[in-house]
Design a protein around this ligand. Structure first.
Ligand SMILES: Cc1ncc(C[n+]2csc(CCOP(=O)(O)OP(=O)(O)O)c2C)c(N)n1
Ligand SMILES: [Mg+2]
Length: 602
């Protein structure tokens, strides 16, 4: 019965859809969203945007954008975050005046730090105090809403008249998608939404307001970088968000092969194939320590990344900066605000290049080839380096494989074994890892080769991102046959378990594998570390950090939302059959499925 109602809700275009002339202000807003290519608008409902809500459903026919119901604004924004990483395009999240925006703040911050375009819409007012309903419309009206989030959105606006709405939305979309990308917030006065439009503003030609073409780096600086790389003895490439443009993965492979340089993938996106012999991700410390030239591509924290590598002490050290020449290519520094220090510490850099890596990497490869043509003597050195790197790469992969095999019968279940079991089940599918990586074990054990096969982390470190972003990415792929896999932290899910309802309600297939360590383990590890440092009882590390007594039965939780649930599973041998059953539910029934695996603490 419920299913039937849902189908009706999403499929039945209201009769008014055919009478396509906008009547109200919010009809115009919906026309603009459709023209902007906004496929979905996720929200928890609220009266401050009831005009837009009505127009989406009864004027727009609930498509482009389609309404996605969420049980918390943190979910709707995280969904837009995950959707944008899966597609490269923004979707909308609509936030109810002051309070909805307050709930959304952390998720907006994550998208900001992750440089991901998200279109945030809001409602407020009426700003005309004489037209306000008592109490509620007064307490939910702010001067202005955007103040709450201005420090971590790229731009915010509250258009005063309907005539100014097209420019506002055009600019918002352009700002969000111009690199570095980020969230933008546009708030609409409820009267502007609900009043009849006296004059319909002309629809702009969106194709003439696209974001500017990608920024190419200065040719002289790129040439200098090429000379440094091609004359280096031990160059290394570090890549952080390069793979947000899928074509850049192949371009990075070409650059690495031209230079003969090992690549370290920071995994904020998928940047470099882990089966490539030049991939040394996982041997970061020794590789960076040995380097005489470091090329950092889209690396947000150059100082932290390079200095976190002292082999002898394990402590941050500036020694690499003293020895090596540092080249950076990024547009990261163009997005700097004073409120939060996400710009990180300043790093000494020899060749800083402002450019988008999507265009700079191919150009740098070409320049490297030019340089190498004029210096044939270094060819042997590069070949030797490639061969040596390939040997190290193979040794690393073999070591991890052996570790997973050694852990296969261990209880509690080890992350390495869980990664290996998941891989056995999904390796022949068209999979996409939308969230979680089992502390790096998925990259160590699986073959990560296709662009965009892993979507990276939250960006802002705000826990609660994982489930919402997974739902958003899975929504982006709904109906495509792509198998979206979420490795789901227990602590993360418990912030926003209502996301499971959105999965069920909107028929979004997603394979969720609970990494259920029954702990806010990151915090438990901190408790252990500080107790050690203070010579205090380490046994108390579980107080305030363990999610036990009672242990959460996530499979029952999933089933209560209408989702296929498996588990809890504590025996290593029981993982695979449960995963296979869950996979069938996802692929054959088009449902979401959750497999609760009780694992080792870490
Ligand atoms: C909103 C928020 N609250 C608290 C934290 C501190 N914190 C960082 S990691 C973590 C544990 C998250 O638990 P879980 O998702 O189960 O991951 P685990 O560490 O167990 O792998 C916490 C509480 C945070 N980063 N964000
Ligand atoms: Mg946990």
């Amino acid at each position: 019965m419920t299913e039937k109602l849902n189908q009706q809700q999403t499929n039945n275009a209201p009769a008014s859809e055919k009478a396509a002339a906008p009547v109200y202000g919010s009809d115009v807003i919906v026309d603009l969203l459709r023209a902007a290519g906004i496929e979905y608008a996720a929200f928890n409902p609220g009266a401050s945007f009831r005009g837009i809500h009505d127009s989406m459903v009864n004027y727009g026919g609930n498509r482009m954008p389609e309404a996605i119901t969420c049980t918390h604004e943190e979910i709707s924004v995280a969904m837009a975050h995950g959707y944008a990483k899966a597609t490269g395009r923004p979707m909308a999240s609509i936030l109810h005046n002051v309070v909805g925006l307050q709930h959304a703040c952390m998720a907006i911050f994550n998208a900001w730090c992750d440089r991901v375009p998200v279109l945030l819409l809001g409602g407020t007012g009426p700003m005309d105090a004489a037209a306000r309903r008592p109490w509620i419309e007064w307490i939910h009206t702010a001067l202005v809403q955007g103040n709450q989030v201005r420090d971590y959105v790229k731009w915010d606006d509250q258009p005063h008249t309907l005539a100014s709405v097209p420019e506002s939305l055009l600019r918002a979309m352009r700002m969000a998608t111009t690199e570095p990308g980020g969230p933008v917030y546009v708030c609409f006065d409820s009267e502007l939404q609900e009043n009849k439009a006296e004059k319909i503003p002309p629809m702009p030609d969106w194709s003439r307001f696209r974001p500017p073409a990608p920024m190419q780096g200065d040719e002289n600086a790129l040439r200098e970088a090429a000379r440094l790389l091609m004359s280096a003895e031990r160059p290394v490439v570090i890549a952080e968000r390069v793979g947000r443009h899928p074509a850049s993965v192949a371009a990075l492979v070409e650059l690495a092969e031209t230079v003969g340089a090992p690549v370290l993938d920071r995994n904020s996106r998928f940047n470099f194939p882990n089966t490539h012999p030049l991939d040394l991700t996982g041997a970061n410390r020794e590789t960076v320590q040995a380097a005489d030239v470091v090329l950092a591509l889209d690396v947000q924290d150059v100082l932290g990344t390079v200095s976190a590598t002292d082999i002898a002490t394990g402590n941050p050290s500036m020694s690499v900066f003293d020895r090596a020449r540092i080249i950076t290519i990024s547009v990261e520094h163009l997005l700097t605000k004073s409120w939060v220090s996400d710009y990180q510490a300043l790093a000494p850099v020899d060749v800083p290049i402002t450019a988008e890596t999507s265009v700079a990497i191919p150009r740098l490869s070409a320049l490297c080839r030019e340089v190498s043509g004029s210096n044939s003597g270094s060819k042997d050195l590069r070949t030797k380096r490639r061969d040596e790197t390939a040997v190290k790469h193979a040794a690393l992969r073999a070591k991890w494989q052996q570790q997973a095999e050694a852990d296969a019968t261990r209880t509690p279940i080890a992350a390495s074994h869980l990664a290996a079991e998941i891989w056995r089940v999904i390796r022949n599918e068209d999979w996409l890892l939308v969230n979680g990586d089992l502390n790096g074990w998925c990259r160590r054990i699986w073959d990560w080769e296709r662009p965009n096969c892993y979507l990276g982390r939250s960006g802002g470190g705000g826990v609660g991102y994982g489930i919402g972003a997974s739902v958003g990415a899975a929504l982006a792929h709904r109906g495509s046959g792509k198998l979206c896999v979420d490795i789901q932290g227990d602590g993360d899910l418990l912030f926003t378990p209502g996301a499971l309802w959105t999965l069920a309600h909107h028929h979004i297939p997603l394979l969720m594998i609970m990494w259920n360590n029954r702990s806010y383990y990151n915090s438990e590890a901190h408790a252990e570390r500080i107790a050690h440092a203070r010579s205090r009882p380490v046994e108390n590390k579980g107080i305030g950090t363990r999610i036990e007594d009672p242990e959460v039965d996530f499979a029952s939780l999933a089933r209560s939302f209408g989702i296929h649930g498996e588990g809890p599973i504590s025996e290593p041998g029981a993982i695979r059959p449960a995963l296979e059953r869950a996979l069938r539910a996802v692929q054959e029934d088009g449902r979401a499925a959750l497999v609760d695996i009780r694992t080792d603490a870490q």
